[in-house]
Design a protein. Structure first.
Length: 292
């Protein structure tokens, strides 16, 4: 925990917003170049269902789609049918982890199951309950855990408390990868987004993630710029590469490409892999397939 890194944080919001708007105007990709970027996006998707009416059967369907995200005839036309293109992970509630693990195992693929935990989506549960939920999700077979922070700790500037909460969550994850959801739409300012990003990385997060998808404001490009610059600063300071995951409201192929371009611009090509970049999405695949 290095609180000195947070003491002089200043965010020029108009400049960040202007930069984010410029990204949307970049030249549109065409033809095979567009198809290649879209297939790259597919391999970085955490295919997600987080509904109160989730059942074993709709989780099974999701897992089938995860293994076969793009129609075989389209992949053959692009000569990509034998490249093993799948999504990066399947993301579900803890109660549905076993269903997803069994479905993917039956399908003979090694796509990891991610589970939201730690009081998702509000974070308004006691720490003991959060830790127990994480441990159960791992026990059920989740290889990735998407935790959610207590926003109140950020809004009150309780950075030591936030660090300790995330550190304990990281410990509870064990061997599983941990993505820390900041719920940026509820943090009050871009400066708080930067500070929370830094604390999450100091506490051992493998990824930092914009949103639960349940907030009024989810993944936005200005927030993405801020979080990526925190990742870059953390890498310069420590040599550790932390992943980035925008989630919530990403529904079109063009939006997916815009996020990929932003990552390439801010962090470089080495971050454009499922190990360091994910897209949280439930309905994005349908539009990508249409565009392909």
């Amino acid at each position: 925990l290095e609180l000195g890194w947070l003491s002089k944080v200043y965010v020029n919001r108009p400049a960040v917003v202007k930069h984010a708007e410029e990204i949307k105007t970049w030249r549109t990709l065409k033809g095979n170049w567009q198809a290649a970027w879209l297939l790259k996006a597919v391999t970085c998707i955490d295919l997600t269902t987080l509904s109160g009416d989730d059942t074993a059967s709709n989780v099974h369907r999701l897992c089938f789609k995860a293994k076969h995200p793009i129609r075989e005839d389209l992949l053959k036309a692009l000569d990509m049918h034998d490249k093993g293109i799948t999504v990066a992970a399947v993301c579900v509630y803890p109660a549905r982890v076993t269903d997803a693990v069994n479905a993917l195992k039956a399908a003979g693929c090694n796509i990891p199951v991610a589970s939201v935990a730690a009081g998702f989506p509000s974070g308004q549960t006691p720490l003991e309950t959060k830790l127990a939920e994480i441990k159960l999700a791992v026990e059920y077979g989740a290889r990735e855990i998407d935790i959610v922070i207590s926003r109140s700790l950020v809004l009150a500037g309780q950075w030591e408390g936030l660090y300790e909460e995330i550190r304990q969550c990281r410990q509870a994850c064990g061997e599983a990868h941990m993505k820390t959801i900041l719920a940026t739409g509820e943090l009050g300012s871009l400066a708080n987004v930067y500070k929370a990003s830094m604390i999450a990385m100091m506490a051992g997060s493998d990824f930092i993630k914009t949103s639960t998808g349940k907030e009024v404001e989810n993944a936005t490009l200005p927030v993405g710029v801020i979080m990526m610059r925190a990742i870059k600063e953390f890498y310069w300071q420590t040599g550790n590469k932390v992943g980035f995951k925008p989630a919530g409201g990403i529904r079109t192929a063009q939006e997916a490409i815009t996020w990929l371009m932003l990552v390439k611009e801010e962090l470089g090509v080495e971050w454009l892999t499922p190990e360091l970049f994910r897209l949280g999405a439930s309905s994005l695949l349908e539009d990508i397939e249409k565009q392909v």
